[in-house]
Write a protein that binds this ligand. Structure first.
Ligand SMILES: *Cc1c(COP(=O)(O)O)cnc(C)c1O
Length: 391
């Protein structure tokens, strides 16, 4: 089968020609001074996108590696943890905590909602023993956003270490570890950064290192070890193992593109694409999945699948008939998602997603006001000059 003409999924998403070019750079020895310089530069660029002074770790595996590594690093048998669950990734993080031996407390809300910081405050007051708070920033399968800016300071005031999954927000939605007092953040390049899947881009605070160093169960001499990266690489200049050389080239270039554009411009562009997409969905007569637009994430629009159809039917039809790859609900519910991440959060990509989804549903027998949806989306895009061509 041919590849999709448009990859408007919730990640991995489309990548620019420049990043593809970088991925094709010559493979160098990992201790070639040019590669060492490039690796350090990439760390600084990731730090700039996080606007952090903290350590940045570039772990060599898809973001799930960084997330599991973070859970293992801070938890030992009996560590009291508070896991905030508003979707599939939050739920899954709890399994890693439990597998590490955590005594798990959870605040769980329906998967079309977001966590209320007041509930976090109450829970921490009732459980002064809690040492770790984990939360997903952009809960991608549900298209929702958690108020991490408020949760971070609450956890810090309580003395807990935070672990934040910001895989799908990084680069497209503000995520500021220093300002929001977040201890460990884990991002991936394959979402709003429009980079290759295969690395974990992490920020790690001094408070986090204090906890990890004191944790006898924190992995060492392991692919999952954050301490190895800290002690061997950051402090010792030796890689724990050979990094994914090509991915590093691709990630550096994806960072360059974002930093040249400017973070604010990128956030504005993602917000605009999301607003256009939501306006289109509503005007077509379809229903947004998140219970309010205020909690909708700017990187992906989740749309409720009408009764009688499944997300898989819709996604497969749209891909086969129109060559457009959108995402299903990944277990969060009967929904489909149009990604607007990185390069697909510009120009008329949202229109392509809306046209494919709207007409696809109409093909499957759903009454859809396709024209009204496209008009409404175009109306939003036309308001702004921010949707212009890539440089
Ligand atoms: C994409 C993503 C991950 C990484 O998970 P994969 O299933 O390997 O893509 C983790 N957390 C969130 C919130 C994500 O969007």
């Amino acid at each position: 089968m041919e590849g999709a003409d448009f990859t408007l999924s919730a990640g991995p998403t489309a990548v620019s020609a420049r990043t593809l070019g970088a991925l094709g750079s010559p493979i160098t020895h990992h201790y070639d001074p040019a590669f060492l310089e490039g690796f350090r530069r990439t760390e600084r660029k990731v730090a700039a996108i996080y606007r952090t002074e903290a350590d940045v770790l570039l772990m060599q595996g898809e973001a799930v590696l960084g997330l599991e590594a973070a859970a293992r690093a801070v938890v030992h048998p009996g560590t009291p943890c508070l896991n905030l669950v508003s979707g599939v990734f939050g739920k899954g993080f709890g399994y890693w905590l439990t597998a590490s031996g955590a005594t798990l407390h959870e605040i769980e809300v329906p998967y079309d909602d977001s966590v209320d910081p007041a509930d976090v405050e109450t829970m921490l007051r009732e459980h002064p023993e809690i040492e770790v708070v984990s939360v997903v920033h952009s809960e991608t399968p549900s298209g929702t956003l958690n108020p991490v800016a408020e949760i971070g300071p609450i956890a810090k005031a309580h003395g807990a270490v935070t672990i934040v999954d910001c895989v799908s927000s990084f680069g497209g939605i503000p995520i500021w570890p220093d300002e929001w007092q977040l201890d460990i953040c884990v991002a991936g390049p394959q979402k709003c950064l429009s980079g290759p899947p295969g690395m974990s881009l992490m920020s790690v605070s001094e408070d986090a290192w204090d906890v990890i160093r004191k944790n006898p169960a924190a992995p060492r001499d392991s692919f999952l070890s954050m301490l190895d990266w800290k002690e061997k690489w950051l402090e010792g200049g030796r890689f724990p193992f050979t990094p994914s050389v090509s991915d590093v080239h691709g990630v550096e270039t994806a960072c360059d593109e974002l930093l040249e554009e400017g973070l604010e411009a990128s956030f504005t562009r993602h917000e605009l694409a999301a607003r256009a997409c939501r306006a289109g969905v509503k005007a077509m007569g379809l229903e947004l999945w998140p219970r309010s637009e205020e909690i909708s994430a700017a990187c992906v629009t989740a749309v409720t699948v009408p009764d009688g159809l499944t997300d898989k039917q819709v996604r497969d039809h749209v891909r086969a008939r129109y060559g457009v790859m959108i995402s299903g609900g990944q277990g969060a519910g009967n929904l489909v998602r149009i990604g607007h991440m990185g390069v697909t959060a510009r120009s008329l990509y949202p229109l392509v997603g809306l046209a494919a989804l709207g007409r696809g549903l109409a093909d499957l027998g759903v009454p859809v006001s396709l024209g009204a949806g496209l008009e409404a989306a175009m109306e939003v895009l036309a308001e702004s000059a921010g949707a212009g061509p890539a440089s």
